[in-house]
Design a binder for this molecule. Sequence first.
Ligand code: ADP
Ligand code: MG
Length: 265
Amino acid sequence: MAPLQPPVPLEGQVLVEHMAKWYGAEGTGVEAIGDLTLEVAAGELVAVVGASGCGKSTLLRILAGFETHTSGVVEVGGAPVRGPSPRRGVVFQDYGLFPWLTVAENVRYGPRQRKASRRKAKEVAARYIETVGLTRFADRFPGELSGGMQQRVAIARVLANDPALMLMDEPFGALDALTRQSMQHELRRIHGETGTTIVFVTHSIEEAVYLADRVVVMTGGPSHGVPGRIEKIVEVDLGPDRDVNATDFNAIERAVADLVHAPVG
Ligand code: ADP
Ligand code: MG
Protein backbone atom coordinates (compact mmCIF):
# COMPACT_ATOMS: atom_id res chain seq x y z
CA MET A 1 0.00 0.00 0.00
CA ALA A 2 2.56 2.53 -1.11
CA PRO A 3 0.87 5.93 -1.11
CA LEU A 4 0.59 7.78 -4.40
CA GLN A 5 2.45 10.85 -3.21
CA PRO A 6 5.12 10.43 -0.54
CA PRO A 7 5.75 13.76 1.24
CA VAL A 8 9.39 14.03 0.25
CA PRO A 9 10.03 11.58 -2.55
CA LEU A 10 13.64 10.72 -1.93
CA GLU A 11 14.15 11.42 1.73
CA GLY A 12 12.54 8.21 2.91
CA GLN A 13 14.60 5.97 0.65
CA VAL A 14 16.82 3.42 2.32
CA LEU A 15 19.86 1.89 0.69
CA VAL A 16 21.99 -0.72 2.42
CA GLU A 17 24.67 -2.35 0.31
CA HIS A 18 27.03 -5.12 1.31
CA MET A 19 26.80 -3.95 4.89
CA ALA A 20 28.59 -5.82 7.66
CA LYS A 21 28.47 -5.17 11.37
CA TRP A 22 31.02 -6.43 13.84
CA TYR A 23 30.63 -5.88 17.55
CA GLY A 24 34.20 -5.43 18.74
CA ALA A 25 37.08 -5.45 16.30
CA GLU A 26 36.56 -6.69 12.75
CA GLY A 27 37.94 -10.21 12.46
CA THR A 28 38.13 -10.89 16.20
CA GLY A 29 34.83 -9.58 17.57
CA VAL A 30 31.34 -10.83 16.83
CA GLU A 31 30.04 -10.55 13.26
CA ALA A 32 26.37 -9.81 13.88
CA ILE A 33 25.51 -9.04 10.26
CA GLY A 34 27.47 -10.00 7.14
CA ASP A 35 27.01 -8.67 3.61
CA LEU A 36 23.45 -7.36 3.87
CA THR A 37 21.87 -5.59 0.90
CA LEU A 38 18.42 -4.00 1.11
CA GLU A 39 16.65 -1.20 -0.70
CA VAL A 40 13.45 0.34 0.62
CA ALA A 41 11.53 2.77 -1.57
CA ALA A 42 10.16 6.02 -0.18
CA GLY A 43 6.69 5.42 1.24
CA GLU A 44 7.12 1.66 1.51
CA LEU A 45 6.27 -0.33 4.63
CA VAL A 46 8.75 -3.15 5.05
CA ALA A 47 8.66 -5.68 7.87
CA VAL A 48 11.76 -7.51 9.09
CA VAL A 49 11.26 -10.92 10.72
CA GLY A 50 13.62 -13.60 11.94
CA ALA A 51 14.57 -15.64 14.98
CA SER A 52 16.13 -14.00 18.01
CA GLY A 53 19.74 -12.96 17.48
CA CYS A 54 19.71 -12.74 13.66
CA GLY A 55 20.48 -9.01 13.72
CA LYS A 56 17.10 -7.30 13.33
CA SER A 57 17.66 -4.75 16.08
CA THR A 58 21.23 -4.23 14.97
CA LEU A 59 20.04 -3.35 11.48
CA LEU A 60 17.46 -0.94 12.87
CA ARG A 61 19.91 0.75 15.24
CA ILE A 62 22.33 1.24 12.35
CA LEU A 63 19.59 2.84 10.23
CA ALA A 64 18.68 5.03 13.21
CA GLY A 65 22.30 6.13 13.53
CA PHE A 66 22.59 4.80 17.10
CA GLU A 67 25.17 2.25 16.03
CA THR A 68 27.86 2.42 13.35
CA HIS A 69 28.29 -0.27 10.72
CA THR A 70 31.68 -1.80 10.01
CA SER A 71 31.73 -1.88 6.21
CA GLY A 72 29.52 -1.31 3.20
CA VAL A 73 27.00 1.41 2.43
CA VAL A 74 24.17 2.71 4.64
CA GLU A 75 22.24 5.62 3.15
CA VAL A 76 18.92 7.22 3.93
CA GLY A 77 17.57 9.74 1.46
CA GLY A 78 20.74 9.42 -0.59
CA ALA A 79 23.04 10.51 2.23
CA PRO A 80 25.22 8.34 4.49
CA VAL A 81 23.80 7.85 7.98
CA ARG A 82 26.18 9.56 10.40
CA GLY A 83 24.13 9.71 13.57
CA PRO A 84 20.58 10.04 14.85
CA SER A 85 18.19 12.51 13.26
CA PRO A 86 14.62 13.54 14.10
CA ARG A 87 13.83 12.86 10.43
CA ARG A 88 14.41 9.20 11.27
CA GLY A 89 11.93 8.48 14.05
CA VAL A 90 12.40 5.49 16.29
CA VAL A 91 9.71 3.61 18.21
CA PHE A 92 10.78 0.82 20.54
CA GLN A 93 8.84 -1.57 22.72
CA ASP A 94 9.20 0.61 25.81
CA TYR A 95 7.51 3.86 25.07
CA GLY A 96 10.32 6.16 26.20
CA LEU A 97 7.94 8.97 27.13
CA PHE A 98 8.82 11.66 29.64
CA PRO A 99 6.68 10.72 32.65
CA TRP A 100 6.70 14.26 34.04
CA LEU A 101 5.23 15.77 30.85
CA THR A 102 1.62 15.48 29.69
CA VAL A 103 0.71 13.72 26.44
CA ALA A 104 0.57 17.07 24.61
CA GLU A 105 3.88 18.22 26.10
CA ASN A 106 5.54 14.93 25.15
CA VAL A 107 4.40 15.31 21.55
CA ARG A 108 5.31 19.01 21.39
CA TYR A 109 8.77 18.32 22.71
CA GLY A 110 10.37 17.40 19.35
CA PRO A 111 9.04 20.36 17.36
CA ARG A 112 10.03 22.73 20.20
CA GLN A 113 13.54 21.27 20.23
CA ARG A 114 13.70 22.00 16.55
CA LYS A 115 12.79 25.63 17.22
CA ALA A 116 9.19 25.52 16.05
CA SER A 117 7.19 28.40 17.53
CA ARG A 118 5.03 27.62 20.55
CA ARG A 119 1.93 28.00 18.39
CA LYS A 120 3.22 25.81 15.58
CA ALA A 121 4.36 23.09 17.99
CA LYS A 122 0.94 23.12 19.64
CA GLU A 123 -0.79 22.85 16.30
CA VAL A 124 1.39 19.97 15.09
CA ALA A 125 1.03 18.11 18.38
CA ALA A 126 -2.75 18.49 18.34
CA ARG A 127 -2.90 17.12 14.82
CA TYR A 128 -0.91 13.98 15.61
CA ILE A 129 -2.58 13.42 18.95
CA GLU A 130 -5.80 13.39 16.97
CA THR A 131 -4.26 11.04 14.38
CA VAL A 132 -3.62 8.49 17.12
CA GLY A 133 -7.03 9.09 18.68
CA LEU A 134 -5.95 10.60 22.00
CA THR A 135 -7.34 14.13 21.87
CA ARG A 136 -9.36 13.53 25.03
CA PHE A 137 -6.21 12.49 26.87
CA ALA A 138 -3.92 15.31 25.76
CA ASP A 139 -3.57 16.71 29.28
CA ARG A 140 -3.01 13.40 31.02
CA PHE A 141 0.35 12.09 32.13
CA PRO A 142 1.77 8.86 30.64
CA GLY A 143 1.37 7.03 33.95
CA GLU A 144 -2.38 7.57 33.74
CA LEU A 145 -2.63 5.77 30.38
CA SER A 146 -2.72 2.11 29.34
CA GLY A 147 0.23 0.54 27.54
CA GLY A 148 -1.54 0.77 24.18
CA MET A 149 -2.29 4.44 24.71
CA GLN A 150 1.30 5.17 25.75
CA GLN A 151 2.53 3.45 22.62
CA ARG A 152 0.18 5.65 20.57
CA VAL A 153 1.69 8.71 22.25
CA ALA A 154 5.14 7.44 21.32
CA ILE A 155 4.02 7.14 17.70
CA ALA A 156 2.46 10.63 17.75
CA ARG A 157 5.67 12.03 19.20
CA VAL A 158 7.68 10.55 16.33
CA LEU A 159 5.12 11.71 13.73
CA ALA A 160 5.28 15.27 15.10
CA ASN A 161 8.87 15.40 13.86
CA ASP A 162 7.56 14.76 10.34
CA PRO A 163 9.92 11.84 9.84
CA ALA A 164 10.88 10.65 6.39
CA LEU A 165 11.53 7.24 7.91
CA MET A 166 10.02 5.49 10.91
CA LEU A 167 12.02 2.70 12.47
CA MET A 168 9.97 0.45 14.73
CA ASP A 169 11.48 -2.36 16.80
CA GLU A 170 8.81 -4.75 18.07
CA PRO A 171 6.73 -1.73 19.09
CA PHE A 172 3.62 -3.75 19.90
CA GLY A 173 5.40 -6.68 21.54
CA ALA A 174 4.29 -5.77 25.06
CA LEU A 175 0.63 -5.19 24.22
CA ASP A 176 -2.25 -7.60 24.75
CA ALA A 177 -3.62 -9.29 21.63
CA LEU A 178 -6.63 -7.03 21.10
CA THR A 179 -4.74 -3.78 21.64
CA ARG A 180 -2.05 -5.08 19.36
CA GLN A 181 -4.56 -5.74 16.58
CA SER A 182 -6.02 -2.27 16.84
CA MET A 183 -2.53 -0.73 16.85
CA GLN A 184 -1.67 -2.66 13.68
CA HIS A 185 -4.81 -1.36 12.07
CA GLU A 186 -3.98 2.20 13.19
CA LEU A 187 -0.44 1.95 11.90
CA ARG A 188 -1.64 0.94 8.46
CA ARG A 189 -4.02 3.88 8.44
CA ILE A 190 -1.33 6.31 9.62
CA HIS A 191 1.07 4.98 7.02
CA GLY A 192 -1.57 5.51 4.34
CA GLU A 193 -2.16 9.07 5.56
CA THR A 194 1.42 10.21 6.07
CA GLY A 195 3.27 8.25 3.40
CA THR A 196 6.24 7.88 5.72
CA THR A 197 8.59 5.03 4.94
CA ILE A 198 8.41 2.42 7.70
CA VAL A 199 10.83 -0.35 8.61
CA PHE A 200 9.08 -2.52 11.17
CA VAL A 201 10.84 -5.28 13.10
CA THR A 202 8.67 -7.99 14.61
CA HIS A 203 8.74 -11.54 15.94
CA SER A 204 5.23 -12.09 14.67
CA ILE A 205 4.92 -13.43 11.14
CA GLU A 206 1.20 -12.66 11.12
CA GLU A 207 1.90 -9.05 12.11
CA ALA A 208 4.53 -8.77 9.36
CA VAL A 209 2.24 -10.12 6.64
CA TYR A 210 -0.66 -7.98 7.88
CA LEU A 211 1.35 -4.75 7.81
CA ALA A 212 3.96 -4.91 5.12
CA ASP A 213 4.36 -4.43 1.41
CA ARG A 214 7.36 -6.75 1.65
CA VAL A 215 8.63 -9.03 4.39
CA VAL A 216 12.39 -9.27 4.82
CA VAL A 217 13.27 -12.64 6.33
CA MET A 218 16.56 -12.69 8.23
CA THR A 219 18.36 -15.83 9.40
CA GLY A 220 21.65 -16.82 11.00
CA GLY A 221 23.33 -14.75 13.65
CA PRO A 222 26.39 -15.35 15.85
CA SER A 223 24.65 -18.00 17.96
CA HIS A 224 24.25 -20.06 14.76
CA GLY A 225 27.90 -19.66 13.90
CA VAL A 226 27.19 -17.45 10.87
CA PRO A 227 26.54 -13.73 10.62
CA GLY A 228 22.95 -12.57 10.32
CA ARG A 229 21.77 -12.18 6.76
CA ILE A 230 18.72 -11.79 4.58
CA GLU A 231 17.39 -15.20 3.61
CA LYS A 232 14.73 -13.85 1.28
CA ILE A 233 12.38 -10.95 0.70
CA VAL A 234 8.74 -11.96 0.29
CA GLU A 235 6.32 -9.69 -1.57
CA VAL A 236 2.95 -9.36 0.12
CA ASP A 237 0.62 -9.04 -2.80
CA LEU A 238 -2.60 -8.73 -0.82
CA GLY A 239 -3.96 -5.22 -1.24
CA PRO A 240 -5.15 -2.96 1.54
CA ASP A 241 -7.93 -5.02 3.11
CA ARG A 242 -6.19 -7.94 4.69
CA ASP A 243 -7.91 -10.80 6.43
CA VAL A 244 -5.61 -12.83 8.64
CA ASN A 245 -7.91 -15.83 8.18
CA ALA A 246 -8.01 -15.75 4.38
CA THR A 247 -6.40 -18.56 2.39
CA ASP A 248 -4.04 -16.29 0.45
CA PHE A 249 -2.95 -14.58 3.69
CA ASN A 250 -2.21 -17.92 5.33
CA ALA A 251 -0.27 -19.10 2.28
CA ILE A 252 2.12 -16.13 2.54
CA GLU A 253 2.37 -16.60 6.30
CA ARG A 254 3.36 -20.23 5.78
CA ALA A 255 5.94 -19.33 3.14
CA VAL A 256 7.52 -16.80 5.51
CA ALA A 257 7.43 -19.24 8.42
CA ASP A 258 9.21 -21.90 6.34
CA LEU A 259 11.95 -19.39 5.55
CA VAL A 260 12.27 -18.23 9.17
CA HIS A 261 12.63 -21.81 10.37
CA ALA A 262 14.81 -23.06 7.52
CA PRO A 263 18.01 -24.68 8.74
CA VAL A 264 20.89 -22.20 8.75
CA GLY A 265 23.68 -23.26 6.43
P1 ADP B 1 17.69 -9.55 17.09
O1 ADP B 1 17.16 -8.18 17.28
O2 ADP B 1 17.42 -10.12 15.73
O3 ADP B 1 17.24 -10.49 18.15
P2 ADP B 1 20.27 -8.33 17.65
O4 ADP B 1 20.47 -7.38 16.54
O5 ADP B 1 19.83 -7.77 18.96
O6 ADP B 1 19.29 -9.50 17.18
O7 ADP B 1 21.61 -9.13 17.90
C1 ADP B 1 22.31 -9.78 16.84
C2 ADP B 1 23.54 -10.46 17.41
O8 ADP B 1 24.47 -9.48 17.83
C3 ADP B 1 23.26 -11.33 18.63
O9 ADP B 1 24.10 -12.48 18.55
C4 ADP B 1 23.67 -10.48 19.78
O10 ADP B 1 24.11 -11.27 20.85
C5 ADP B 1 24.80 -9.66 19.20
N1 ADP B 1 24.87 -8.34 19.83
C6 ADP B 1 23.89 -7.41 19.86
N2 ADP B 1 24.30 -6.29 20.49
C7 ADP B 1 25.57 -6.52 20.88
C8 ADP B 1 26.56 -5.76 21.56
N3 ADP B 1 26.31 -4.51 21.98
N4 ADP B 1 27.77 -6.34 21.77
C9 ADP B 1 28.05 -7.58 21.33
N5 ADP B 1 27.17 -8.35 20.66
C10 ADP B 1 25.95 -7.84 20.44
MG1 MG C 1 15.80 -7.35 18.68
